[in-house]
Design a protein around this ligand. Structure first.
Ligand code: NAP
Length: 354
C-alpha cells in the first residue's frame, strides 16, 4: 500500500508539476496501478477499488473538511482540495502524510472538478464572529460565491467528465429559532438573517445540472475535539463552573464530528441520499441539559449560569446559533437507516473530552 501511494505521488508530480493534477484519463491509469498493487493481496480488495472515487472538496481545510479528507484519503479515494490558499492547505495536508493529494487554488478548480466523480462543498466564512454589516455580507456572499463557482464549473463540464454528485453544506439555521417547534426536512424556513443565508445558499446549489444528484446537508452544531463551538465554549464552562446559558430552555441541535463526516461520506456514494438531509443527532437537547452533561463529563457542577454577554464575547453575534436554537430532527437520515455513532450528547461529550 505504501508503495502505491508513493508511486501515485511521484507520478502525479512528474506529469503535472504546476498543478499536481493528473488529466482525467491518466487518473484512470493511476487507479489501475493502485488496483494492481492491491490485486496481489486479495480479490475483495479489488472489488472495493471499483468504488474508488475522485472527490473535490471546498472548505477542506476547515473543521469538518479536514476530518472528511482524512477519512476519504484513508479509504484510498483520490482527494482534490479546492482552497483559497495553497500554502495553508499544504500545512494542513503535508505531502509526507498525504502523498498524491491534489491542492488547487481557484484558477485551477475547473481542472479538478472536471473529471471528479463527486464534489463536496463546505466553504464559507465562519459565523462565530462579531457581526458588522460588512461581515454579515461576507458570511452570506462567501457561501454564495463559492457555491456558484462550483455549480458553474460542474454545469460547464462535458457530460463524460461531469461529477455525478454534489454534497453541499447548509445549516439548521434554515429553520429560524424556536423554543417550542420541532423541525424536520419538510418544515418551512425561518425569517431571520441566518435563515435567509441558508435559503440562498441552498438555492444556489440547486442550480446544478439536473443529471447531478444533490444532497443538501443542513448541519447542526458540530461537536468535536479541535474546533467548532465546543472548543470555544469549554473555557467559559471552566470559568463559570458550567451552568446553563441564558434561560437554558433553548434547543441545541448538535451532531458529533464523526457522524457528520460519515453522513457526508455516505451521501457521496449512496444514491438514496438526495435532497435535503438534516445533519443533526436524533436526540437534540435543551441548553440546560447540554450544560449539565458537559458539567458532568468535565467533573464540574452545573450551577452558575454563564452570562450571555460572556458567550457573545467569545462567539460574537454568531453565538445566536447557541443562544437561540431550534429543535431539529434528522428524519431523512433515520428513514435512510443512517447509523449514528453518537445518538446521545453525553456519549458524544465523553468521547470528545476523554
Ligand atoms: N461546524 C459547525 O458546527 C457547522 C454547523 C452548521 C453549518 N456548518 C457549515 O458547514 C461548513 C463547514 O463547516 P466548518 O465548521 O468545517 O467550517 P470552517 O472550519 O469555518 O471552514 C470553512 C472553510 O471555508 C473556507 N473559507 C473561510 N472563509 C472563507 C471566505 N471568506 N470565502 C471563501 N471560503 C472561505 C476556508 O477554506 P480555505 O481557506 O481552504 O479556502 C475554511 O477552511 C461551513 O460552510 C459551515 O457554515 C458548520
Amino acid at each position: 500500500m505504501e508503495l502505491c501511494r508513493a508511486t501515485a505521488f511521484s507520478w502525479t508530480n512528474s506529469i503535472s508539476p504546476s498543478l499536481h493534477i493528473p488529466q482525467p484519463f491518466s487518473m484512470c491509469e493511476t487507479k489501475r496501478f493502485r488496483v494492481c498493487c492491491l490485486n496481489n493481496d486479495s480479490v475483495s480488495a479489488q472489488s472495493q477499488k471499483v468504488n474508488q472515487m475522485t472527490v473535490s472538496v471546498t472548505g477542506a481545510t476547515g473543521f469538518i473538511g479536514r476530518r472528511l479528507v482524512q477519512r476519504l484519503y484513508a479509504d484510498d479515494h483520490f482527494v482534490r482540495i479546492l482552497t483559497r490558499s495553497r500554502s495553508n492547505a499544504q500545512l494542513i495536508f503535508p505531502v509526507k502524510d498525504f502523498p498524491g493529494i491534489v491542492i488547487a487554488e481557484e484558477p485551477e478548480w475547473k481542472d479538478c472538478i472536471h473529471g471528479s466523480n463527486a464534489v463536496v462543498n463546505l466553504a464559507g466564512m465562519p459565523i462565530s464572529t462579531r457581526w458588522s454589516p460588512e461581515i454579515k455580507k461576507e458570511i452570506k456572499q462567501s457561501r454564495i460565491r463559492v457555491t456558484s463557482k462550483v455549480v458553474d464549473l460542474i454545469n460547464d463540464s462535458k457530460d463524460e467528465i461531469r461529477p455525478k454528485v454534489l454534497v453541499s453544506a447548509t445549516a439548521v439555521g434554515y429553520y429560524g429559532s424556536s423554543e417550542t417547534q420541532v423541525f424536520d426536512e419538510q418544515s418551512p424556513s425561518g425569517n431571520d438573517y441566518l435563515a435567509e443565508v441558508c435559503r440562498e445558499w441552498e438555492t444556489t446549489a440547486l442550480r446544478v445540472n439536473k443529471n447531478v444528484r444533490v444532497a443538501l446537508i443542513r448541519i447542526g452544531v458540530v461537536l468535536g475535539k479541535d474546533g467548532g463551538a465546543l472548543a470555544k465554549m469549554i473555557p467559559l464552562f471552566m470559568m463559570f463552573a458550567g451552568g446553563p446559558l441564558g434561560s437554558g430552555k433553548q434547543w441545541f441541535s448538535w451532531i458529533h464530528l464523526d457522524d457528520i463526516v460519515n453522513l457526508i461520506y455516505e451521501a457521496l456514494s449512496n444514491p438514496s441520499y438526495e435532497g435535503v438531509i438534516n445533519g443533526t443527532a436524533p436526540n437534540p437537547v435543551r441548553l440546560s441539559e447540554m450544560c449539565e452533561q458537559l458539567g458532568s463529563v468535565m467533573g464540574r457542577p452545573s450551577w452558575l449560569p454563564v452570562p450571555e454577554l460572556a458567550l457573545k464575547a467569545v462567539l460574537g453575534e454568531g453565538a445566536c446559533v447557541v443562544l437561540e436554537g431550534q429543535r431539529v430532527l434528522p428524519s431523512r437520515a433515520k428513514e435512510l437507516g443512517f447509523p449514528f455513532k453518537y445518538p446521545y450528547v453525553k456519549d458524544a461529550l465523553k468521547a470528545i473530552l476523554s
